[in-house]
Design a protein around this ligand. Structure first.
Ligand code: NAD
Length: 519
């Protein structure tokens, strides 16, 4: 914790040594505006991925604690949904400022629990902050529509009104950004919230809700509960929860989508990915290889928009050895070490799974152009490190191609033509992101029009839209009909109320009641 600011230490002191039978600090629930020690007997050990030392115990919140969180959000909704939009906007302005002020400390929390490098962790916070920036425009975003004189003396207008209590379930890979995709937008629309962060790294989310309180978010408007299956089932089934935002893996997301929908809730679920980069022979070679290496191995490949699959078209395949040379130069180290390019993966289990997928590729005939399996990191021998790894001659029927590896492994395929590359990508079930590298506008245009993927980069390896747009992963990478943030996000967290009103100065002289539809 050295180097952290005073208020960060306060957070940690709040995680006092609980009745866990150990002296390891605990992560609290956040209920009704207070950090609350869980009464559970069931704790999850959270280990620093660089050392595998236990740094906090995360509770599986009890049923009563989860009920308390929803009840608190339900109570708070009454007043919060009636506050003026300017009040909610002012809270967002203060929140925006506080997140920016505490960016370094938030990044340190991310690195400590998640493992990514500090600069990358700052990016994690920044991309979340940009959603808060966008929320500050709520006075324009939440405008309804009006049409005067739809009939004689009759006007129609619409309001975008909040839903009630909403809930979020987040993955481990962006512990700051993804909570910030969810509760700020829900809140600024007038909803209240219960969030269940990943049990693997809830620290940044805890600090973010503390900062929210400091910014003036009233008690009860945002609550945090912890756990995995039981907490998720609780959210899917609770009658007072109106909508669920989920980001995470396919299996869990589909389950939540089905269970939540069956219970009448709105659900938006961002799921897994397999993002392909197409490298045309006319591409700018330097730029393309630099971008590819960063996008494949940044965050140790644990990004849903990581460029994990490269398709070299025609003569471009001659660049593969150079790609490997560049990837080899990346420095693998603990995330807080200043010159680290990539940190560890989240857990020993994740590491084993990634190693197995590399091995399966080799067994099925892929060529290991760069092997990062035996990387040793001095001083962090127990960490979950894997160095950049490149498998070439990969075929679509191989396990390493079919599975989302979620580690620092780039699968390389080749195609003779652009059509062949497009066909390959469109046959893949996922539709999260893709990119083409070319200097030819017509090639880029053909690609953007014919590819069936929700987010496309042209000479941009990770085309994540800024929050004035929406995150539009498609096909197997998304379930629901309103995407995260942007206009879609606003639509997800509001419902439309349409008012048709008739104001007539003089009373009617017609005494016959109309029983037929007006024509
Ligand atoms: P995960 O699905 O394992 O976990 C996500 C959440 O679900 C966590 O809060 C976890 O506690 C909960 N959960 C896990 N297993 C559960 C179960 N069996 N029953 C009920 N709840 C369960 O995902 P992860 O490993 O934390 O994150 C990585 C995945 O998330 C990758 O597949 C990645 O592509 C995806 N992801 C997608 C996006 C996107 O925008 N498309 C963004 C980030 C991550």
């Amino acid at each position: 914790l050295s180097g952290m600011k005073k208020n960060a230490l306060w957070t940690f002191q709040l995680r006092t040594f609980a009745s866990t039978g150990s002296n390891i600090p605990t992560t609290k629930n956040f209920i009704d505006g207070r950090m609350v020690e869980s009464k559970t007997n069931d704790w999850i050990e959270l280990k620093d991925p660089a050392t595998n030392e236990v740094i906090t115990l995360v509770p599986k919140s009890t049923r009563q604690e989860m009920e308390d969180a929803v009840a608190s959000a339900k109570r708070a909704f009454k007043d919060w949904s009636r506050t003026s939009v300017l009040t909610r906007q002012q809270v967002m302005f203060r929140y925006q400022h506080l997140i920016r002020q505490n960016m370094k400390e938030l990044a340190q929390l991310v690195t400590k629990e998640q493992g990514k490098t500090l600069v990358d962790a700052e990016g994690d916070v920044l991309r979340g902050l940009q959603v808060v920036d966008h929320c500050c425009s709520i006075t324009s975003l939440q405008l309804g529509e009006t049409l005067p004189s739809v009939s004689k003396d009759m006007d129609t207008l619409t309001f975008r009104v909040p839903l009630g209590v909403c809930a979020g379930i987040t993955p481990f890979n962006f512990p700051a950004m993804i909570p910030l995709w969810m509760f700020p937008l829900a809140l600024v629309c007038g909803n209240t919230y219960v969030i269940k962060p990943s049990e693997k790294d809830p620290g940044a989310c805890m600090r973010l809700v503390e900062l929210g309180k400091e910014a003036g978010i009233p008690d009860g408007c945002v609550n945090v509960i912890h756990g995995a299956h039981d907490a998720v089932n609780f959210i899917c089934d609770h009658p007072d929860i109106q909508a669920i935002s989920f980001v995470g893996s396919d299996k869990v997301g589909r389950y939540i989508y089905e269970r939540g929908s069956k219970n009448g809730k709105r659900v938006q679920a961002n799921l897994g990915a397999k993002n392909h980069g197409v490298i045309m022979p006319d591409a700018n070679k330097e730029n393309t290889l630099t971008q590819l290496v960063g996008a494949a191995f940044g965050a140790a490949g644990q990004r849903c928009m990581a460029l994990t699959t490269a398709v070299f078209v025609g003569e471009a395949k001659k660049w593969i050895p150079e790609l490997a040379e560049r990837a080899k130069k990346l420095k693998v180290n603990a995330g807080h070490v200043p010159d680290a390019d990539l940190g560890p993966v989240i857990s020993p289990e994740a590491k084993d799974r990634i190693l197995q997928l590399i091995q399966s590729g080799v067994k099925e005939g892929a060529t290991l152009v760069l092997d990062g399996r035996d990387v040793k990191v001095k001083g962090y021998e127990k960490g979950n490190f894997i160095g950049p790894t490149i498998l070439s001659d990969v075929r679509p029927d191989m396990e390493c191609y079919k599975e989302e590896i979620f580690g620092p492994v780039l699968c390389v395929l080749t195609a003779e033509t652009l059509d062949e590359a497009i066909d390959l990508i469109n046959k893949n079930p996922y539709g999260n992101g893709t990119a083409i590298f070319t200097t030819n506008g017509a090639t880029a245009r053909k690609f953007t029009h014919e590819i069936d993927v929700g987010q496309i980069g042209v000479n941009v390896p990770i085309p994540v839209p800024l929050p004035m747009f929406s995150f539009t992963g498609s096909r197997a990478s998304f379930a629901g009909d309103s995407n995260f943030y942007g206009k879609s996000g606003l639509s997800f967290y509001t419902q439309t109320k349409t008012i048709t009103q008739l104001w007539r100065e003089s009373d009617t002289t017609d005494t016959r009641s109309a029983t037929a539809m007006p024509i």
